[in-house]
Ligand binder design. Structure first.
Ligand SMILES: C[S@@+](CC[C@H](N)C(=O)[O-])C[C@H]1O[C@@H](n2cnc3c(N)ncnc32)[C@H](O)[C@@H]1O
Length: 323
């Protein structure tokens, strides 16, 4: 599809204002909540919201409420998105205004990851107890074993491995396993759990889910269990996890369905209150995987959290004949 002259003018008008261009440049880095944009831009919420509304009406950004927060990201596809990309490309990367915004965004991100890092360091020893606060762990773990498939696996990679529960659950069926986590406290606990479980070919390393530095397509089972909702850029984490999946291999993402338990933000550092089906499907397919299944495990009673397990696969390439 292409735009009519009138539509193109509307899009250019929406983007053609200093604060709105700054917003587009920021959202090209990652999805952001309105309050985070206000802090970076140093502008009031009503002003920023007005700009965002105009950008959304012109199809340049997408708005998605998440509990009491509202997030924005660049439109995923379409002509408005192509125009945005082109406009951002021609701006000098050293432009002082955009550079200052990027620095502020870095500071906001830094605070966020310090808070989350401190939370995980503080709670590392109690993590297994906290993990089972909301849902029956046995039911979830049974479903994860099923979703992983019969194996045996050549190489299991667990991203954001925490205290190592996924490694002790799935590791016995893997020839080699690797857990990566940002928190040294979590890694220390995982090391003793893995040793207690007698998993000799299981390694634990300090690493970041956004840049694992692992070779592409090097694992036949990749797991991201209860990690995405803490992250600034869950789509980028899904991309990195998918990059590691070998042909015929699987990615298991375990997280929550959309919910409204706002206290998890303040008390447990959650950033996103769950993920919707279309959102996850889009991330998986953009990352080159096909979703093969999604299972939902609703809470046993009352208002609680539904655990979702998304299973995606990298299709095998057809063999070329040697003729
Ligand atoms: C909620 S815990 C889940 C741990 C484990 N997957 C489990 O279910 O028991 C989230 C883990 O993600 C880790 N984490 C957070 N951000 C990360 C990042 N950018 N890269 C790697 N690990 C990260 C935290 O340190 C923490 O151990």
């Amino acid at each position: 599809m292409t735009l009519s002259t009138g539509q193109a003018v509307d899009v250019l008008r929406a983007a053609g204002e200093p604060t709105r261009l700054r917003i587009l440049a920021l959202l090209s880095r990652e999805e952001l909540a309105v309050l985070e944009l206000c802090r970076v831009l140093d502008q009031s919420q009503p002003r920023v919201s007005r700009h965002l509304k105009l950008l959304a009406e012109a199809g340049l950004v997408e708005r998605f409420p998440d509990g009491a927060w509202v997030f924005y990201r660049l439109a995923a596809v379409g002509d408005a998105r192509r125009l945005t990309d082109e406009a951002l490309k021609v701006i000098d990367p050293a432009d002082p205004i955009l550079s200052r915004d990027a620095e502020r965004l870095q500071a906001v991100r830094g605070e966020r990851s310090t808070e989350a890092g401190e939370y995980f360091a503080r709670n590392a020893a109690r993590w297994d107890e906290i993990r089972s606060l909301y849902v029956s762990e046995t039911a979830v773990e049974d479903a994860i074993l099923q979703a992983a498939g019969p194996g045996p696996f050549k190489r299991l990679v667990d991203l954001g491995s925490g205290t190592g529960r996924m490694l002790t659950l799935l590791g016995p069926n893997a020839e080699a396993a690797l857990g990566l986590d940002l928190s040294q406290q979590m890694l220390n606990i995982a090391r003793s759990h893995v040793a207690e479980a007698g998993l000799e070919r299981c390694e634990l390393r300090h690493g970041d889910i956004f840049g694992t530095r692992l070779p592409p397509q090097s694992a036949d089972l990749v797991v991201v269990h209860q990690v995405l909702h803490y992250l600034a850029d869950p789509a980028a984490a899904v991309r990195e996890a998918a990059r590691l999946v070998a042909e015929g291999g699987r990615l298991l993402i375990v997280d929550f369905a959309p919910h409204a338990l706002e206290f998890l933000r303040e008390q447990h550092q959650h950033r996103r209150l769950g993920f919707s089906e279309p959102e996850m499907e889009r991330w998986l397919s953009e990352a080159g995987l096909s979703k093969i299944r999604a299972a939902a495990l609703p809470p046993e009673r009352g208002e609680g959290l539904t655990v979702k397990i998304w299973v995606a696969e990298r299709a095998r390439q057809p063999q070329r004949s040697a003729a």
